[in-house]
Design a protein around this ligand. Structure first.
Ligand code: CP
Ligand code: NVA
Length: 304
């Protein structure tokens, strides 16, 4: 594994190996055991969109691994003034040991990997959010003791989260159902990938059908970063695509609820369902740290 650009690139074995490493690194943090596997290494973090979790967890993760993280805001660097990605990639490769990038176009991330000579990590694009889904899988396995055979259900926009959940969920042997409006379906490349999984994948605009018998229900905002101007139109389109107590009643007993955050209570999820599952949701947020440290260690060396 040279880069971490999208889950479509990873094998099941690679995903599971990262999850095992994430669990190990989490245990080191809990035991207070030093684990400076990236001593002397620097990660550059390019942000073309806002972030709380991704920025803080990557920066803290690098520190815990004995390395250093550098925040590069698109606004204050030449990235935001249009310097070609091909050049940014080659320049930053001369200074850094790895780059994490959050941007709009998946092509930009792929181009960084093509032109640079250091590992590239995708910290969210319009196409996918693979770091988040590694944390989600880690959280589900922690709470349920397994992944294979569980039913994962995603309610809402067929966005970057839906795309990564479908690929990640299917690759680790979960069945995946998507409840989304007809005009907001996941990316065609992901639907083509899922088609090979037959009945293990389901997509419907009937949210109750999607949630029936689910072991974990996930949702995300109706308007993602960059879609703020469509908010009103989206609110109309997504009315009814909400995780609420009626939906929980058709899911399995002990069904988990996860949300990548930030959450909009009263829109994609009700406040009562959110609070009833807050422990799971904040475990999920914490696991960003551990899952990403596994990715960093795997890609930037020092161990394994
Ligand atoms: N879930 C997530 O990626 O959060 P941030 O946008 O705060 O990084
Ligand atoms: N779909 C959301 C996820 C935020 C973590 C967005 O792209 O804004």
């Amino acid at each position: 594994m040279k880069h971490f650009l999208k889950l479509l690139d990873l094998s099941t074995e690679e995903i599971l190996e990262l999850l095992d490493l994430a669990d190990l690194l989490k245990s080191y943090v809990k035991e207070g055991k030093p684990h400076p596997f990236l001593q002397g290494k620097t990660l550059g973090m390019i942000f073309e969109k806002s972030s709380t979790r991704t920025r803080v967890s990557f920066e803290t993760g690098m520190y815990q691994l004995g390395g250093h993280a550098l925040f590069i805001s698109a606004k204050d660097s030449q990235v935001g003034r249009g310097e070609p990605t091909e050049d940014t990639a080659r320049v930053l490769s001369r200074y850094l040991d790895g780059i994490m990038i959050r941007t709009f176009d998946q092509e930009e991330v792929e181009k960084l990997a093509e032109y640079g000579s250091i590992p590239i990590i995708n910290g969210l694009t319009d196409f996918c959010h693979p770091c988040q889904v590694m944390a989600d899988l880690q959280t589900i396995r922690e709470h349920k003791g397994k992944l294979t055979g569980l039913k994962m259900c995603f309610i809402g926009d067929g966005n970057n989260m839906a795309n990564s959940l479908i690929v990640g969920g299917l690759k680790v042997g979960m069945s995946v159902s998507i409840g989304c409006p007809k005009n907001y379906q996941p990316d065609q490349r992901v639907l083509d990938f899922a088609a090979a999984y037959g009945d293990q994948f389901q997509m419907t605009d009937d949210v109750m059908e999607a949630a029936k018998g689910a072991d974990v229900i996930l949702t995300d905002v109706w308007a993602s970063m960059g879609q703020e101007e469509e908010k009103q139109m989206r609110e109309a389109a997504f009315a009814g695509f909400q995780v609420n107590s009626q939906m929980m009643a058709v899911a399995n007993k002990d069904c988990m609820v996860l949300h990548c955050l930030p959450a909009h209570r009263g829109e994609e999820i009700t406040a009562d369902v959110f609070e009833a599952h807050a422990d799971e949701i904040f475990d999920e947020a914490e696991n960003r740290l551990h899952a990403q440290k596994a990715i960093l260690v795997k890609l930037m060396g020092g161990r394994k």
